[in-house]
Each structure stands twice: as structure tokens, then as C-alpha cells.
Design a protein around this ligand. Structure first.
Ligand code: ADP
Ligand code: ASP
Ligand code: MG
Length: 814
């Protein structure tokens, strides 16, 4: 015989029940088949809701009742041929009347015991089994309905009753001895006490009903038909990359389900265990998928089978000097909790015995607090034990696998992975059997923790980078183009999955939690929502993706002021915007400190020399113990472009305009021409060399005339460049007469920095600097005479974007 159990989602509508009928048909061709069904999807919750409303004297329980009524009548109308409908509808209406009467009773007396609640909630399975048995008969199957309440006998622990197996097994055996139908349909979840009162087996208990029947009949297989294709490596609703585990052992399945893998009700395995009946978890909506096979032993090379989690946990700590070396404290503690039926999911005790920490459901937290404080009231009064500490909004996350014990370093990898992603671990437990390593984390970190662990243990070590890109102008646009072009390469060769989750321009923002399609980002952004940087931040925090990176492609001061708020949330910052690093020293230091504290990289290689590896080289020099004595540099690609192209034929004004058009200058060219941009760059290099310096400490010998410096707007400024042609020609002619070229040079020497236009003679390393190139000379203790030189294109959207991209990849490779 086969036992098939169909869960709520498999029987939620007439459409899905039709799929169930096909699956039962197929099975009953060759096997006697027991079919166990849950209530129609969502009905158990509705019944509980109606009961609670009625109990609170709220007559909107009638609306909920109507919803339940309509749901069932509609399914009957859609499923049973019209000629046979009236009998089924009549019977369902009779049962609905009974339900309504019970609810009315609750409403009138304002009381809802577990016993009455069981009576109410049992209607869900009674309705569904009745409808499905009829539907099977109407599909010409030799099917009969048997009320499992007549077979499954429990104690009187209503709402979560324990089965009396002797009587139950005997009843089931006796029933099947005389039954000759090919298909028998049972309501799951429901049972009765020895006194004939309605009881239930706990939420999700239809799986258990099916297991009880399978074990009592020595069934060849127990098939659990649900809405996913098996037991997954992690809850597929949280981890997109999770996949069905082909084969898993009973113990592993039990651990996973105990720790939150709801796809199987935890007690289900118990009756099956001794008989070694295989369990198959299958998908009603994809019957051809292999699903998961649960057997006594399971072969699989990965020592970890799955990751599960339980939400809404409270962490409770009991501590005090009065606990050290005193026997019986744990017994009293857990004894008191057990009397109140509070289930403890995880326990840790420091070897000093100074504190015990354990996790329970949030719902039990205040009850637990009272019980414990009462139990230890004497010790608390004597200040030997502190009043109990309760922290709500936690979760437990667990790695499960029979073979973890024979592999070293799994817990180390688990905790370092979580730590690297800034998931704070509040408590840890590892059973001596090493089938399960669990940690208590904050509720808000569940998704991130599951995904990072899943990626670490199951996904070929692919690292996902999630980018939030602010600014899609010249540089941002190029960056998106480069990412689009390289996505496949990075995935294949570096195992990096680079996803752009959000984009903004100055007016709009657009989010796609699965990654923006980079073929169509312009249209998507055009149709996006109005830009709101607070909301942008909130969304990133709420998504709480691992390896989140805020990418600033703007030159905007307000955006630069947001970095701290991202770093504090462990979101990395990659920026080509120089304002933050050249703002006051305290702010610069604070950002670096936040980056270290929150383990969130803060990278700004493109602040100096666009894509050239200047800052990285400097960092490496310092990290390896070198000391910078002097830096000489031409750091403005824009000014270099300007002075390389400015001559007798090409006026200063023209060249500046050209530079702007080709993206060589900042949006406001005054930032380049006034020398401020170069000041910022040398300031950043000085700071990265370890010197505390402010922008105001830097000497700037400007080559601009008074009128240009006084201009208020950009157009006015450009006009002065035209009007002051003589001034600029004079500078040019003087240098030409001396056989020199003009270069805007930055120097940092002996703790002091200055910038200014210099006449460079031939033979000097700066003399032949072409186009918009940059050059940096590092004179250090290890390079005292011949400096370490970095030279190359130092401006332009393309190279800046590739510098940003390199910083992003650096985060992926760490
Ligand atoms: P049914 O109504 O069929 O009994 P449940 O809702 O009880 O179904 O269980 C199926 C659900 O369990 C899935 O839709 C999924 O969201 C959840 N689930 C949690 N963890 C896992 C896991 N590791 N593998 C598969 N499903 C899981
Ligand atoms: N209908 C019950 C519930 O929703 C039992 C089950 O579906 O397994 O909990
Ligand atoms: Mg279930």
C-alpha cells in the first residue's frame, strides 16, 4: 500500500485538486492507496481567526465564517458535476451549520478553550476530505472516505495531542483488514480522545496522520505532496539558489524540520523510523520532479545537507555568582519551564557555570520571564542571581548533516562566514553528535545569514555582489556598460555574480531585487519612482543583502555625506567622489574607522588618477612598512589636457570648452582650474601616507586671474577665460621662451603640501606627459633616489569607471 498526503496548498482550489486527482489515479492503478488530506489552503488559519473573533465578542467572526463557507461551496461547484452536486452541497451545508453553531456558542460565552478550538479547527479537514473523496468517486475511482477520528486516539492535550499508539495501530489494522476499496481518503490532523472528544495533532499535523497510517499498515512508501519539489537545502522562499536535496536520512530530515523546515512536520519521522518506510517529498504542481527521498542512511558527498532556521525566537539569559558550582539550578530552571509547557530550542552554558542562555519562542517570552523570576525569587532577592534577561526578535539558524562530525572546520567556516558578513552571533550550540550546529542571530539578519551560508556551503563558492549605483551619467553609464559586458566572464572565471540591484539619477530611482536588466536599465530607470535618498537607504537596509555595495558615481557633496550611514549598516562604499576623503580630517578618519568596525570596505581608488592604481600602491607601501618622504605628481588629467593643447592657435577658452565636452573636467570646470581638485587629491595621498592634514593647510598658487576667481556662475567664469586671453597667453609665452612646458604640479614634502603651475624643462619626468595623463613619483625610504613612478591616463569616464569596477571586484575577491 502507498500513503499519499496532500498539504493545504495542494488542495487550495479546484484547479489544484484536479492535479491531486490525477496523482491519486496514477498511484491507484497499481497500488492500494491511502490519501490523507489537509484543509483547503488557508482554511485552518481562517477557522482559528473566526474562533478568536467570536471569543472576543467581535461579530465579524461571521464574515470570516462566510469566507470559509464560500470557499468550500465554490470548490464543490467547480469540482463536482452539476448532476451530483446537490447531495455534496447539502452535506457540506449541514457541517457548516454545525460549525456556525459552535462559533455562536463561543461568541455567546466569550470563551475558547483548546478543546473547543480543536472542535472548530477540525472542520477544515472534515470538509476537505469529504469534498475530495466525492471528487475522486466522480472521477470513477473506487474511493471511500474514512474519518481518521474513528481510528486515531490521543490523550487530552488538546491542540497538540499525543497519539496512543496501541489503540490507534489496532484500529487502523482492523479497518484495513476489512476494507476493499482501492482508495481510502482520510482527513489529516484530526483525532479523538478515548472519551470521543475531538482533538488535533498540532499545526502541520496532517503529515503526522499520514505517517501513523503508513507505519500501522507497513506501507511501501509515504509520499508527502506539497508545493515545493522536495526538502530544499534551505527554505526556497528565502534562498533563491536553494535546491532539492535528492536523498536525506531520517535523522537529518528530523533535524531540519525541528529547526524550521516546515515542509515536514517534525514528529512525522517517529512512527516511520522503526519500520524504515521511505518517505518521498513531491511537488503536486510538478509531479515529474524527483523530489526528496528520506531513508535510513543517505549517500551524499557534502557533509552538510541543509540549512534551516526558526524565526521569532527570544534569547533568555540567567546569570549570577550564585549559580557557580550549585547543583540543581538547571533542573529547577528547565523544570519550571516544562511545567508551563514552554519548549526550549537551544541551550548553552558557559563552563564557568556563571550563566545559562537558552532560546524559546517569542510568544512564550513573558510567561518564561515570570516563571523564572518566581522560581529564583529567593536567589534574586539575595542578589545571588540577576533578574532574567530577555531579548526578543532573534532567530536560530542551523547547519544540519549526519557526516559533519567526520569533517573538520565546519563550525569555524560557519562562524567566520557569518562574521565576515556582519551577522552578529548571540549564542552557539553544537550537539555532541555533531548533526547540527546552531547559532542565535538577530531576526533582521535571517535572509543574509541563510544566503551567505548557502553560498559558502552549497554554491560552488560563487560570491554575489549586490550593487546600489548612485549616478548614471558619464562615469556611471560607462560602469554599467562594463559590468554588463563582464558579468558572464566574472561568473565563469572569478565566480563572482555581480548584480545591480538599484540605480538612481538625479530625479529617479529604480530597484529590482533580482538584479536590474542591464540591457534596459535606461527605460527601467525612466519609469522608476521619484528619488528619495532616505527611502533608498531604508530599502537597502531592509533588503539586507550580503555583500551590498553603495557605488557613488557623482561629485555631489550631499551624497558623500551619506557614506557613514551605509558603512554603519555594513554596506560597503565604492566612490569616485573625492569630497568625503578630502573633507575635514575627523570625517575622513571616522569613515575609515566605521569601515573597520563594521567590516564594510570603503574604497576610493578613483579619487586620485582615475583608474591608475595609485592609492592601492600607496596602501601596500605603508602596509609593508615603507615610509613616504615626498610625493611629486601631476594629478589633474583635466589641467594636463588643457595645458597640453593650449598654444598659439588654440585659445585657453577653447581648450577648456573642449575638455568639458570630452568629459575631462568636473561638471563645474572651476573645481579643476582653480586647483581645488588637485588640492583634494594631494590631500588624500598625504592622508593615506599617514599625515594628518586639512585642505586649508595646502598652499595653492593659482594661475587664474582675479576676474576668473571672482566669477559666480559657470557661464560667467567661462566668459572671463575668453576676456583674459592676454593673461593666459602671457603665461604660455613665458614658458615657451624658456623651452619649458606648463604642468600643474602637486607636491607633498616633509608633512607639507602645495599645488601650482610650474614650468617644466625637458628631461624632467613630467615634461613628456601626454594628453590627460597623470604621473605620481613616490620618494620613500625604500625608493629614496629613484622614485616609484605610476603613470598613465588619469581622467575620462572610461578609465574612472574601470577603476570603480576594479574596487568592486576587489571586494568580491576578499
Ligand atoms: P503543506 O501545506 O503542503 O503541508 P507546508 O506549507 O507545510 O506545505 O510546507 C511547505 C513549505 O515549507 C514550502 O512552501 C516552503 O516555504 C517551506 N519550507 C521551509 N523550509 C523548507 C525547506 N528546507 N525545503 C522545502 N520547503 C521548505
Ligand atoms: N490544516 C492543518 C494546519 O494548517 C494541518 C496541516 O495542514 O497539516 O496546520
Ligand atoms: Mg505542512
Amino acid at each position: 500500500m502507498k500513503v499519499l498526503k496532500f498539504g493545504g496548498s495542494s488542495v487550495a482550489s479546484s484547479e489544484s485538486i484536479k492535479k491531486v486527482i490525477n496523482i491519486v489515479k496514477e498511484s491507484s492503478n497499481n497500488n492500494k492507496t491511502a490519501v490523507v488530506v489537509s484543509a483547503l489552503g488557508g482554511v485552518t488559519d481562517l477557522l482559528l481567526e473566526a474562533g478568536n473573533l467570536a471569543c472576543n465578542g467581535n461579530n465579524s467572526y461571521l464574515d470570516t465564517f462566510k469566507t470559509i463557507e464560500e470557499k468550500h461551496l465554490q470548490v464543490v461547484r467547480e469540482l463536482i458535476p452539476i448532476n451530483n452536486q446537490s447531495g455534496v452541497l447539502g452535506q457540506i451545508k449541514k457541517m457548516l451549520n454545525l460549525l456556525e453553531n459552535t462559533l455562536e456558542g463561543v461568541f455567546l460565552i466569550n470563551e475558547l478553550s483548546n478543546k473547543t478550538s480543536d472542535k472548530i479547527v477540525s472542520f477544515g479537514e472534515l470538509f476537505s476530505s469529504f469534498i475530495i473523496a466525492n471528487a475522486l468517486q466522480n472521477n470513477n475511482l473506487d474511493a471511500v472516505l474514512k474519518n481518521s477520528q474513528e481510528l486515531i486516539i490521543t490523550n487530552e492535550n488538546f491542540s497538540n495531542a499525543s497519539v496512543k499508539f496501541d489503540k490507534t495501530n489496532a484500529n487502523i489494522e482492523a479497518f484495513f483488514k476489512q476494507n476493499t476499496n482501492k482508495v481510502v481518503v482520510f482527513p489529516g490532523f484530526v483525532a479523538k480522545t478515548e472519551n470521543g472528544e475531538v482533538s488535533t495533532l498540532g499545526r502541520g499535523g496532517s503529515d503526522y496522520t499520514a505517517a501513523i497510517i503508513a507505519a500501522a499498515t507497513n506501507a511501501s512508501v509515504l509520499e508527502i505532496w506539497t508545493d515545493v519539489s522536495g526538502m530544499y537545502t534551505a527554505n526556497p522562499k528565502f534562498v533563491r539558489e536553494a535546491f532539492p536535496i535528492p536523498n536525506i536520512s531520517y535523522r537529518e530530515a528530523m533535524e531540519l524540520s525541528h529547526f524550521g523546515a516546515k515542509v515536514l512536520y517534525p514528529p512525522t519521522i517517529q512512527p516511520i523510523l522503526k519500520k524504515e518506510i521511505p518517505i518521498c517529498i513531491k511537488n503536486t504542481f510538478e509531479p515529474s520532479a524527483a523530489g526528496t527521498l528520506i531513508t535510513k542512511t543517505a549517500l551524499n558527498s557534502n557533509p552538510i545537507k541543509g540549512i534551516s532556521h526558526i524565526e521569532n525566537m527570544a534569547l533568555i539569559t540567567l546569570e549570577g555568582s550564585g549559580m557557580v558550582g550549585i547543583p540543581g539550578i538547571s533542573k529547577r530552571l528547565f523544570g519550571a519551564l516544562s511545567l508551563e509547557k514552554i519548549n526550549v530550542s537551544l541551550i548553552t552554558q558557559a563552563s564557568s557555570e556563571h550563566s545559562i542562555c537558552f532560546a524559546i519562542s517569542n510568544n512564550d517570552a513573558s510567561k518564561a520571564k515570570n516563571v523564572i523570576n518566581q522560581e529564583f525569587s529567593y536567589e534574586i532577592e539575595q542578589a545571588k542571581i540577576d533578574p532574567v534577561i530577555i531579548e526578543e526578535n532573534n532567530a536560530i539558524i542551523a547547519l544540519v548533516g549526519d557526516n559533519m562530525k567526520s569533517h573538520q572546520g565546519i563550525s569555524g567556516k560557519m562562524f567566520s562566514t557569518l562574521g565576515r558578513n556582519n551577522v552578529n552571533i548571540r549564542a552557539i550550540a553544537q550537539g555532541a553528535s555533531e548533526k547540527n550546529i546552531s547559532a542565535v542571530i538577530l531576526h533582521k539578519d535571517i535572509k543574509k545569514a541563510l544566503n551567505t551560508l548557502h553560498s559558502e556551503f552549497f554554491e560552488n563558492q560563487t560570491r554575489q555582489l549586490n550593487l546600489f549605483v548612485v549616478g548614471v551619467g558619464n562615469v556611471g553609464g560607462k560602469l554599467l556598460e562594463q559590468i554588463k559586458q563582464q558579468q558572464a566572464y566574472l561568473l565563469k572565471n572569478l565566480r563572482l555574480q555581480v548584480r545591480v540591484i538599484a540605480l538612481t539619477n538625479s530625479k529617479k530611482m529604480f530597484f529590482n531585487e533580482d538584479g536590474v536588466d542591464l540591457e534596459n536599465w535606461k527605460t527601467a530607470l525612466g519609469n522608476g519612482e521619484t528619488l528619495d535618498m532616505d527611502l533608498f537607504h531604508q530599502k537597502i537596509v531592509d533588503l539586507n543583502y550580503r555583500n551590498s555595495i553603495f557605488v557613488d558615481n557623482t561629485a555631489n557633496e550631499n551624497i558623500s555625506k551619506l557614506y557613514a550611514s551605509y558603512l554603519k549598516e555594513s554596506v560597503a562604499v565604492v566612490t569616485c567622489n573625492k569630497i568625503a576623503c578630502s573633507s575635514n580630517y575627523t570625517n575622513y578618519l571616522n569613515l575609515k574607522q566605521l569601515s573597520r568596525t563594521y567590516n564594510a570596505p570603503f574604497l576610493f581608488e578613483t579619487n586620485v588618477g582615475a583608474g591608475l592604481p595609485i592609492i592601492d600602491t600607496l596602501k601596500n607601501l605603508i602596509a609593508s612598512g615603507d615610509k613616504v618622504n615626498k610625493i611629486q605628481a601631476v594629478l589633474s588629467g583635466s589641467l594636463n589636457f588643457v595645458f597640453n593643447n593650449f598654444n598659439e592657435e588654440n585659445s585657453f577658452y577653447n581648450v577648456v570648452e573642449q575638455a568639458g565636452a570630452q568629459g575631462y573636467t568636473e561638471p563645474d570646470p572651476r573645481i579643476d582650474l582653480s586647483g581645488v581638485d588637485v588640492m583634494r587629491k594631494i590631500l588624500i595621498l598625504a592622508r593615506e601616507s599617514g599625515t594628518q592634514l586639512e585642505l586649508s593647510d595646502i598652499e595653492n598658487d593659482s594661475f587664474l586671474p582675479e576676474s576668473s576667481l571672482a566669477a559666480i556662475t559657470v557661464p560667467e567664469f567661462l566668459e572671463t577665460l575668453k576676456a583674459e586671453a592676454t593673461h593666459f597667453n602671457k603665461i604660455y609665452n613665458k614658458a615657451a621662451k624658456n623651452n619649458c612646458r606648463l604642468k600643474f604640479v602637486a607636491e607633498f614634502d616633509n608633512g607639507k603640501a602645495k599645488v601650482g603651475l610650474q614650468e617644466i624643462p625637458s628631461g624632467h619626468p613630467f615634461y613628456n606627459l601626454d594628453g590627460s595623463d597623470n604621473i605620481v613619483l613616490f620618494f620613500t625610504e625604500r625608493y629614496p633616489v629613484q622614485p616609484l613612478i605610476i603613470k598613465g591616463a588619469g581622467a575620462g569616464a572610461d578609465v574612472t569607471a574601470s577603476g570603480l569596477f576594479a574596487d568592486i571586484i576587489k571586494i568580491g575577491n576578499n
